[in-house]
Design a protein around this ligand. Structure first.
Ligand code: ZN
Length: 558
């Protein structure tokens, strides 16, 4: 193990090992220990060499050190453990932004240790199964495997419902200048896929490690609706929190008549808004607010009342969530997104202005905001609507974001919205966050269509059976009568189901059922088979993801 021995005694540069060093070390690990190592993962930390190895369908963390030099008693940080009161003051190691304090000895986890003697050099090699504790230890040893606060940089959310997509996602982002958020999942998605926030975070960590992505990444606890959602995702180490006060938005305000507007205004939670109806009117009525770029926003009695009724309670809820989060985080940095995208009617320009101005007055700090844009952002397909109207409103939304922030505009349901990307990219500068998720699940099904036609046929048939029930919570327009049934397709035609809007939406909205449906004996109907297929054909999976998500990212590349 000449290479490894040499690497252990030489200091690692901040850029990590060179590709040649990684390749040589990987070759030695294969030769001397039979470990099929992902070359890009080979890293050096605190006198040890770390790498990720494939072991059948499982993965293992490999640690090599000089005898006695294993990071045995090194204290790692485990994201889901609360600090014990007694340990708090004395033994608090410095934490990165993504790390919650808690104590975990990394060394004892390394079982399966043995001496290796090659060329008169004795080294100790151990492996750990890839799991939560190992992920916590890894995030401590290699800071780049933990998420960071991203701030006002162009970024793209890459939701991964299967936990295996991150290496492909990172290829899609490579060289674009956009910061990836490979850990991004909403509470609803985690419920539907039966995954925990820890699993989402850990899967991203392992994917980042496997791919050797050292450029940093964000993590988005998406669509949080209650304080308990904050607690669960904060404990797992998330760094961005997307607050969704959508349940408190009153879209019926759009069509209220005069009497309802006036009684609705009186009934607003003024105490919680920490103002009075009179002071509120004074702050907005008859005033003109100049925006960066020359536009202005004005409120008359009616637009002000409508905006206040529509979003007043949502503002209160967002403030409550922000303060809860801030209390919890203490000195640990975090970033916040506010999303009102999942509501019935578009957020008008004055409404966006009012939301932002009020949140600011109430002390909320946020990095991005997702208005409900004009037009239809249906799941898994391109934008439907008037692109001219979209652009016209986007110009004003981004002007508000520059004026009252700056903060980023966040494009939710951003999968496959190819016609809006050039507009958003051109007008936003750095101030844009694109959020995708469902499209990556569809690309995983594309791999199934190519590699396991039988599995794909069964999933498609099941989707037809589930569609009526599963579509209920979605904003879609699919006509499933237009989707070919599996028996009508040759194997090589199966993939075409994923190329039409109706087929995409049929398969998109049924993901939860597909991933969690159980047979009578308690085994999963599709889940394990699908995941095993993606592991067996991981290169194909990464390739289709890199290609398809690359098309999403490319318009935003610098
Ligand atoms: Zn959303």
């Amino acid at each position: 193990m000449r290479t490894i021995k040499g690497l252990l005694v030489s200091a690692a540069g901040t850029q990590g090992l060179s590709r040649q060093q990684q390749a040589a070390a990987a070759r030695e690990l294969i030769r001397t220990a039979g470990l099929a190592v992902y070359e890009a993962s080979v890293s050096q930390a605190e006198g040890a060499l770390l790498a990720l190895a494939r072991d059948g369908r499982a993965r293992r963390l490999v640690v090599v050190a000089e005898p006695g030099g294993m990071p045995n008693d090194r204290v790692g940080l485990c994201g889901n453990k609360e600090p014990r009161a007694s340990a708090r003051a004395a033994a608090r190691p410095p934490a990165g932004p993504g790390i919650v304090h808690g104590h975990l000895a990394f060394g004892p986890l390394i079982r399966d240790r043995h001496r290796i003697d090659v060329d008169n050099t004795a080294l100790e090699l151990g492996t750990l199964p890839v799991g939560h504790e190992a992920a916590c230890g890894l995030r401590q040893l290699l800071a780049w495997t933990a998420p960071q606060v991203v701030g006002l940089r162009r970024s793209v959310g890459l939701g991964d419902r299967l936990g295996l997509a991150t290496p492909g996602h990172l290829r899609a982002v490579q060289g674009s200048g956009c910061v990836p958020f490979p850990a991004q999942q909403s509470i609803r998605e985690m419920t539907r896929t039966r995954r925990t926030p820890e699993q989402v975070m850990d899967d991203a960590t392992w994917g980042v490690f496997q791919a050797g992505w050292r450029e940093g990444f964000g993590s988005d606890a998406d669509h949080l609706k209650e304080p308990a959602d904050i607690d669960a995702t904060d404990a797992a180490g998330f760094t961005m929190f997307t607050i969704d006060p959508g349940d408190h938005v009153r879209s019926d305000a759009d069509t209220m008549g005069g009497a309802s507007l006036s009684s609705g205004t009186d009934a607003l939670p003024w105490a919680e808004l920490e103002t009075s109806a009179a002071d509120f009117r004074k702050a907005y009525l008859g005033r003109s607010f100049a925006l960066d770029g020359g536009e202005t926003v004005t409120f008359n009695q009616e637009t002000l009342a409508r905006a206040a009724i529509k979003y007043g309670s949502a503002i209160v809820h967002t403030v409550r969530m922000f303060r809860h989060l801030k209390d919890r985080r203490g000195s640990r940095p975090f970033e916040l997104e506010v999303s009102v995208d999942e509501t019935a009617t578009p957020t008008t320009v004055p409404e966006h202005y009012l939301i932002a101005a009020e949140l600011k007055r109430l002390g909320v700090e946020w990095v991005s905001l997702a208005p409900r844009f004009t037009g239809e952002f249906e799941k898994g397909i391109d934008y439907k609507g008037d692109l001219g109207a979209f652009e016209e409103s986007y110009v004003q939304h981004i002007a508000i974001a520059r004026t009252l922030g700056p903060y980023k505009l966040s494009l939710h349901s951003g999968s496959d919205k190819f016609s809006v990307y050039p507009i958003a990219a051109r007008l936003s500068g750095e101030l844009v966050h694109l959020k995708t998720a469902g499209t990556s699940y569809l690309e995983a099904l594309r791999v199934a269509a190519r590699k396991r036609p039988g599995l794909f046929r069964r999933i498609l048939q099941f989707a037809f059976e589930r569609f009526d029930e599963d579509k209920a919570s979605y904003h879609i327009s699919a006509r499933i009568a237009a989707v070919p049934h599996p028996h009508a397709l040759q194997d090589r035609e199966l993939e075409t189901v994923l190329d039409g809007n109706d087929g995409r939406q049929l398969l998109h909205v049924t993901y939860g059922s597909v991933l969690t449906w159980e047979n009578d004996d308690g085994t999963y109907k599709f889940r394990d088979e699908l995941l095993e297929m993606l592991i067996d054909d991981e290169e194909e999976h990464y390739t289709v993801l890199a290609e398809h998500l690359g098309k999403h990212v490319q318009p935003f590349a610098r």
